[in-house]
Design a protein around this ligand. Sequence first.
Ligand code: ADP
Length: 403
Amino acid sequence: MNDKSPEDIVQRYNRLIGIARDLASTVDLDILLKKIIQTACELTDAEDASILLYDEKKNQLFFRAATNTEDLKKMADLVVPAQSIAGWVALNRQPVIVPDVHQDNRWFSNVGEKLGFQTRSIIAAPMVARDNLIGVLETLNKQHVTFNEEDLDILQALAAQAAVAIENTRLFEQSDLVSELVHELRTPLASINAITYLLSRRELTDSQRISLAQTIQEEVKRLSQMTTIFLDLARLESGRMKFELFDFDPRLLVNECCNITAPRAKERGIQIHVNCPDEIPMIQADRDKIKQVILNLLSNAIKYNRRNGSIAISLQPEDANLSLAIEDTGIGIPPESIHQLFSKYYRGKVSEKVTPGAGLGLYISKRIIENHNGSIEVQSTVNSGTTFTVRLPLKSKPDSVKE
Ligand code: ADP
């Protein structure tokens, strides 16, 4: 036995602490797994290490990374039986030391044969994050001596960190928010960059310069709108969007929205009409959020309208609800696209060409309306026009009202 001195053990734990931040900040799964197996080998003086991930749907463990092969295909073909050592670790969520695999009837020799690798001894620890089984981390063949309890302890500590880091990469992969944001911000940034380069040229006339400066202004406005939209999205997705209830007159709110969008409507020669009965009840809802929804629907009705078209906004009480319909005379939406309209990042094929946008307006609007226990519907005819109808309870009880 070649037990480590207390200094060595402290050193090993210091190394583990040092690696924790690195693991936590690695968002690429393949790179992360490589770091984990290399660290596992180093900390337990092992010849090799491997990671098996747990596939919840198939209720199966599969090899995902090993220091002795880069051949993912070969590994993927290896189904790990539940009665194997790794299977036992996963099932019991317990670590294990196997000093001589040939003496253990759980030993599953198929792996070594397939990968051309001789295994003598194994230590393995379950990777569990927030009570979810992520997989199993194992190291093979202690160099010169046999594995001991300290090796197992440190492997367990590493496995716990690894589990959280693997879960993080999955969350990161699932949420394309960051990459989408970066993608959306890049376009206006690239255009500003090109314009500033152009602006420095002497041969430009004054009017060309003014026009370029205006384009910068527009791009900056777009950047600012994008950041607001993405902030909303991040709040919605993390459940941090708070709703504040106010009693307000919906007609005044609609008029306010018409005034805000009037300049853009005028640019395109679009007339906006509001139809509202004389008596309209007050409603209780988050005024700013409802305003955001109306502005979004109204600006879509302008963007996707034809030149010199029109928009009709109708307000109508309906039992315990208020119905608000925004009808335009625009390009319409093909029937096969209707079901996608409210999906995240959905943009119609035509809109891609006509006007910039993130495809988030309707997604966010729907979430806001549903949070008020209301509904949003659409009816459309291609080349004729579209009507979005929002139904809001006169008194809403949003799920997350601000304290
Ligand atoms: P964006 O306008 O940024 O693309 P939205 O979520 O507001 O994002 O809209 C998603 C898509 O729905 C648009 O790209 C467009 O194809 C379609 N759409 C929305 N409103 C209308 C409308 N009034 N008329 C026609 N198409 C519309």
